[in-house]
Design a binder for this molecule. Structure first.
Ligand code: ADP
Length: 423
């Protein structure tokens, strides 16, 4: 069927988060890992192209986003969504603004919105400042992120060095006056030459107001939550048939592996909670990996009883991450760990694992790539924004969940295990 909304996500977990929220509507959502080589066939009403462009050089990010746009346009989409992290992960040289401007130019549109708010997960925006729970972004644990430390909370200020056109704000007071007020506010900003508009949103109702006002924009940008009202709005507008098919779970064996490369505060808690539950664990040390390679970890996972869902993790506290980065460099430390987790995933699959619980955005990208997964069908949600996904790897049906840094509660790994139907 013709695609109604074409989405481009800057990392894999962000893509599954978005796809999961869209799938809450019951409408079929298809997620492509990278820009598909072939022209679109058997497309879903909602298509999400997952890229891995959060921290790559700007020109490459723009090029890949434009290729994704071409593919989504070929699928029939006329409305597009640029998805980045709800904590606005980027540096001054980051890709959020440049990709938005490139998509705007290609779509011949002068204005777009920026709304990374995700109230259900504690991300809210007030007077253009992003909060994580009750803390401003720059005071949250995101200030210590290994690749994109966030040291400012003001989205206009974070965006300004990334774009060529002026930034502006529709504040909470306007949003509180409803969709018409938001539309008029956007028109006024457009007259004033403001192309990049940050949208305040502190609660789900705000997202609904904003989505209602912006649903016909050629391009919207944000976290996943601002897209959540779109299926119902498109259905009400008659763009979407109400009887789209639901996803079903394929038959899966019980063997499972948990792979964690995220160093976020929440993932640290999740690893601690899962370890305390008595499962077998193996800690990856970047410095040891740099000298010994991933062989010992691969040997360990191969020797495990995978029906007990063992855990391999590089997850560490900020001090320890910084120590590894000081010795190896940020990029190399990250790559060594991602490669080791990818190798362990392949070894686990070859040993019979059909269920993969993966923590970390970049980590998920590396693991899915190694498993040769190019398309995911969206299934049951485990935590807000984190669904189980179904795919094939080497012809074998597998389930994967791809959890980015701070998502889920402390019991996420065991929650994930219990959310999939038993074999
Ligand atoms: P998140 O979703 O929390 O941002 P990511 O997987 O996207 O997690 O990013 C974490 C990065 O940190 C990855 O590149 C990973 O390989 C790297 N990393 C993981 N553990 C360590 C460690 N102990 N020392 C240094 N870097 C690490």
């Amino acid at each position: 069927m013709t695609t109604v909304l074409g989405c481009i996500a800057d990392d894999f977990t962000g893509a599954t988060d978005l796809a999961g929220l869209l799938a809450r509507s019951g409408v079929k959502v298809s997620l492509r890992m990278g820009v598909p080589g072939a022209l679109p066939t058997a497309t879903a009403p909602f298509e999400v192209v997952a890229l891995k462009i959060r921290t790559i050089p700007v020109e490459q990010a723009v090029e890949q986003a434009l290729q994704a746009l071409d593919w989504l346009q070929a699928a029939g989409a006329t409305r597009f969504f640029w998805k980045y992290c709800s904590t606005f992960d980027s540096t001054a040289e980051g890709n959020i603004g440049p990709v938005a401007e490139a998509l705007m130019a290609a779509l011949n549109t002068k204005q777009t919105i920026y709304c990374p708010a995700f109230p259900e997960n504690g991300r809210s925006i007030f007077m253009g400042n992003l909060f994580v729970g009750q803390q401003p972004l720059a005071e949250s644990s995101m200030k210590d992120h290994p690749l994109t430390p966030m040291r400012d909370s003001n989205l206009m200020r974070l965006l300004a060095p990334q774009v060529t056109q002026p930034t502006g704000l529709i504040d909470r007071l306007t949003v509180a006056r409803g969709a018409d007020a938001v539309s008029s506010g956007l028109k006024q900003l457009d007259k004033d030459g403001i192309s990049h508009v940050v949208m305040d949103a502190v609660a789900d109702d705000d997202l609904h107001v904003i989505a209602t006002a912006c649903r016909d924009m050629p391009l919207m940008t944000g976290g996943s939550a601002i897209a959540m009202p779109l299926p119902a709005l498109f259905a009400a507008d008659g763009l979407l048939a109400a009887d789209a098919p639901r996803m079903t779970q394929p038959a899966l064996g019980p063997s499972t592996v948990v792979l964690s490369g995220s160093c976020s505060a929440m993932t640290n808690k999740q690893v601690a909670a899962y370890t305390a539950s008595g499962c077998a664990t193996y800690r990856l040390d970047p410095l040891e990996l740099a000298t010994d390679g991933p062989g010992p970890a691969v040997a360990w996972i191969t020797a495990q009883d995978l029906t007990k869902a063992p855990l391999i993790y590089a997850t560490a506290k900020p001090d320890s991450v910084r120590a590894a980065q000081d010795k190896l460099g940020v990029q190399r430390a990250g790559e060594i760990v991602e490669q080791a987790l990818a190798d362990c995933a392949i070894a686990a699959r070859d040993a019979g694992a059909q269920r993969f619980i993966i923590a970390g955005g970049e980590t998920s990208g590396a693991v899915t790539q190694a498993l040769g997964v190019d398309r995911l069908d969206i299934g049951t949600e485990i935590a807000p924004g984190v669904p189980w996904c179904f795919a094939t790897s080497k012809g074998i049906p597998i389930a994967l969940t791809l959890k980015s840094g701070n998502f889920g509660t402390e019991s996420f790994f065991s929650d994930a295990l219990s959310k999939l139907e038993p074999a």
